[in-house]
Design a protein around this ligand. Structure first.
Ligand code: ZN
Length: 489
């Protein structure tokens, strides 16, 4: 066996174990009896210890030195193995253990602080998390930028500087648009009560319309919807609310997008480093284009309206146009996860700017709430009344996920680029969507993006699929045209 073959065998077994660990996590959120929580924590920690030992195995370093890959695919596999090995070995083991210990505790401290609306109680917790993450970033960056070192975990190759430039171009146009929209009369929202079992049946219909493969996936209920797994076992979750069927429908479409990416990857990459989504931003581009550009389009909403009437009977909305307007209703809310397409990225830009300041040491955790509230008022025109609607609303910072937020907006930006290219490649797309047939879109995405997995870097993956360099322009054009028409601007 060559050194490359040995590396690939090792990597395959590691990937398989990671899938097992991921399924433990899936089970914890969906099926696990509540009394098993402590035992599960031990089971997961034991798996993590096995994985950590494999990721930092000195044999991997020796094989990497000896390996001579042949061809593009082998070179890409090797690049990803080297990257993972370098990152795993740069962080001292005691620091990694300390971060795992502190962030598993800080998760429940955050949940308690949010429930009690008690920001001061959470300040020392977040200070400790930030201190450890800055230490980790210093170990990873080798004297370089701390924020970039953490961002690289989620979006390889991106930098805070390059994202700040892109996001700086988004912010003024989005703020101007939201101001114009909120001056206009708001469309009627969907009202009523919607049977939850019927909602779940409809989520299956919608997932099938998007080509979700129930032979290699399943849908279960979870408090916070997520997708999990890769290869031939890619599961998604959803949730229902009797007053808001859009929550179940659009979170399902979103997670189906994540699932489609994993399920669409070339079978030859199964359980290898190339066999999963290349970055969080590219992953999010798949969930967002399914959810927003396709799922919230006028054509698809026309089909969905028919399924809604079949499932729930007549609604308070007079027809497909009113339904489309209700689906895309713009509201200046406090909560990121409930935001419409106009406001969503403004939520992310706020978090991105603040976490860069925190990481650079230019903003103290003690001053974070004031900074948050001031920025929120500037961009959303409303005062934050309580921390649970503001600085305490998201779990990310509490568990040390600094550098994660920007991948949501990057995903939207990439989805904007992909939709532009898709519309050029499939001019009659809307005719198919109006029949509930998304296959021209999903086929194009699989062919041009999904099947390649991690073969190319994230930005290169998008550029190759689109035939042009990604930028924020197509997303802004799409949002301004869509909402301009909806609100008669
Ligand atoms: Zn997502």
């Amino acid at each position: 066996m060559t050194a490359y073959d040995k590396l690939m065998d090792h990597a395959r077994a590691t990937r398989a174990l990671e899938q097992v660990a991921g399924r433990l996590g899936w089970d914890q959120e969906t099926m696990m009896p509540p009394g098993a929580a402590n035992q599960r924590a031990e089971e997961s920690a034991a798996m993590e210890a096995v994985l950590h030992a494999r990721r930092t195995d000195p044999q991997v370093g020796e094989w990497l030195e000896a390996a001579a890959p042949e061809g593009d695919v082998a070179a890409a596999q090797l690049r990803l193995i080297r990257r993972a090995y370098d990152r795993a070995t740069k962080v001292p083991a005691d620091l990694a253990t300390e971060i795992a210990r502190v962030t598993s505790r800080s998760h429940s401290q955050w949940a308690a602080a949010r429930a009690d609306v008690d920001w001061p109680a959470f300040v020392p917790v977040l200070e400790e998390v930030l201190r450890l993450k800055r230490e980790e970033a210093a170990a990873l960056s080798g004297g370089g930028d701390l924020y970039d070192a953490l961002l690289d975990d989620f979006e390889p190759g991106a930098t805070g500087e390059s994202l700040a430039e892109m996001f700086g171009a988004l912010r003024p146009r989005l703020v101007a648009l939201r101001e114009k929209i909120l001056d206009r009369p708001a469309p009627e929202p969907l009202r009523g009560r919607f049977d939850e079992a019927a909602q779940l049946r409809l989520t299956h219909t919608v997932a099938e319309a998007f080509g979700y493969d129930f032979q290699r996936g399943r849908i279960d209920l979870a408090v916070h919807p997520f997708s999990s797994g890769s290869g031939h076992d890619v599961r998604i979750t959803t949730r229902t609310d009797p007053k808001d069927p859009f929550g179940a429908l659009y979170s399902t479409i979103h997670e189906v997008g994540h699932g489609a990416y994993e399920l669409g990857i070339d079978d030859g990459y199964l359980l290898t480093p190339l066999g999963h989504g290349v970055s969080m931003g590219v992953h999010e581009s798949q969930s967002r284009i399914y959810e927003n550009q396709i799922g919230r389009s006028r054509a698809f909403c026309g089909w969905l309206y028919g399924r809604m009437v079949e499932t729930f009977g007549e609604m308070n909305l007079g027809g497909p146009d009113a339904f489309y307007a209700a689906v895309n209703r713009v509201e200046s809310g406090f909560i990121r996860t409930e935001a419409d397409e106009v406001h969503y990225n403004l939520h992310i830009l706020l978090r991105f700017d603040l976490e860069r300041l925190l990481m650079a040491g230019d903003l103290a955790v003690a001053d974070l709430e004031d900074a948050w509230d001031a920025r929120f008022e500037a961009d959303f025109g409303r005062k934050v009344e309580k921390a649970s609607d503001g600085v305490l609303q998201d779990v990310h910072w509490a568990v040390g996920l600094f550098g994660y937020f920007p991948t949501y907006t990057l995903g939207n930006v990439y989805a904007g680029c992909l939709m532009k290219a898709l519309r050029e490649a499939v001019p009659d797309l809307d005719a198919a969507l109006a029949e509930g047939d998304t296959s021209p879109a999903t086929d194009w995405l699989r062919e041009n993006l999904q099947q390649h997995g991690g073969l190319r870097g994230p930005r290169e993956t998008i550029a190759k699929a689109c035939g042009f360099e990604p930028s924020e322009g197509p997303l802004l054009d799409y949002i301004e045209a869509k909402f301009g028409a909806l609100y008669g601007l």
